[in-house]
Design a protein around this ligand. Structure first.
Ligand code: 8YV
Length: 321
């Protein structure tokens, strides 16, 4: 008997909180097929993340599931339509990771502009002593920087960039009440920018939004930073542009087929690569895990969900279904 089914990895802190409030099973710890056949009907709550979601074959074997809590702000891996069709709300973990992901974006932007990976290697390898300094890097100050997806995290990125005195511009579905210039044409914005920072959510609506035309518009001195979802950038087009010198550099935390990073991308000198660590600090992962669990506890107690996804509006508490 298990009322909570856990599909994602969890920290010891999360495990302790879960054990205090639920009887829970990690799907990775049991024989999936036989466990689901025997216990699937007893599961009321599901904990997952935005990449794993709840695969359709598993969801079908959880006929009494009441809620899906997804640990992460992005939930492109969760089939919200399938959940809504069964009256199952989905919640996620917005806001608590805004500053962390913004810091990651800032680090990647600065590292790419100032060629920091190569500079550190030049010092550590002893090459500086034998062969001298590398060619000069570009300044990170006073650049025109385009933010693709000016949501909660995008605004935090803009704030963290402020000391570098940038001209911030943005592209998104609609104009917002912000002191930055809006573009409804991404190619036109890329043409005017020296760096693009992409923090758009994944999913069909943004798939390959950053395509060859956008990359070419950013140009041979341009820098592309991506901390949103790998699916937003056409990775093959990006690799080709970096190889041909049509794009200056890229700094990427997210990839199309994680955790796979194409060999051709890893071989390029003009890229900075990190393994999807935008939110990965002790403090922020703790806050995210707490919020994911707090949503489950709220639901169990018949209280209003704290952070439901917009698609679940109308399914906000157990009392409402
Ligand atoms: C994590 C993320 O990869 O929140 C997100 O959308 O991409 C990251 O913070 C993940 O979701 C944590 O499980």
């Amino acid at each position: 008997m298990s009322e909570l089914l856990i599909l994602s990895t969890i920290t010891p802190h999360m495990r302790a909180r879960i054990d205090a409030a639920f009887t829970a099973t990690m799907l990775a710890d049991v024989d999936r097929a036989s466990w689901l056949a025997e216990h699937g009907a007893a599961v009321r709550f599901i904990l997952t993340d935005g990449h794993l979601g709840v695969p359709a074959d598993i969801f079908a074997q959880l006929p009494n599931a009441e809620i899906i809590s997804s640990n992460g702000v992005g939930y492109d891996g969760v089939d919200t339509a399938a959940a809504t069709a069964r009256g199952v709300p989905v919640c996620h973990t917005p806001n608590v990771l805004n500053q962390e992901v913004a810091t990651s974006a800032l680090l990647l932007y600065l590292a790419a502009m100032r060629n920091f990976e190569a500079e550190m290697a030049n010092a550590r390898s002893g090459r500086w002593e034998s062969a001298g300094n590398l060619p000069l890097a570009r300044s990170a100050d006073k650049r025109t920087i385009g933010i693709v997806g000016l949501g909660r995290i995008g605004k935090a990125i803009a704030a963290k960039l402020a000391p570098f005195d940038p001209a911030i511009v943005y592209y998104g579905r609609s104009r917002q009440d912000v002191p930055f210039a809006y573009y409804d044409d991404l190619v036109a914005m890329a043409r005017d920018c020296e760096a693009l920072i992409c923090v758009a959510p994944g999913g069909a609506a943004t798939h390959h939004l950053i395509n060859r035309a956008v990359i070419d518009a950013l140009g041979p001195d341009g820098v592309l930073v991506n901390v949103g979802r790998g699916s937003v950038v056409d990775e093959a087009a990006l690799i080709a542009a970096l190889q041909d010198g049509r794009l200056g550099a890229a700094a990427l935390d997210v990839f199309e087929a994680e955790p796979h990073i194409p060999e051709a991308l890893r071989a390029l000198p003009n890229v900075i690569l990190t393994p999807h660590i935008g939110s990965a600090t002790v403090e922020t992962r703790r806050a995210m895990g707490d919020l994911a669990i707090d949503n489950l506890i709220a639901w169990k107690n018949g209280e209003k969900l704290i952070t439901p996804v917009p698609e679940s509006a109308g399914l906000l508490s157990r009392a409402a279904v």
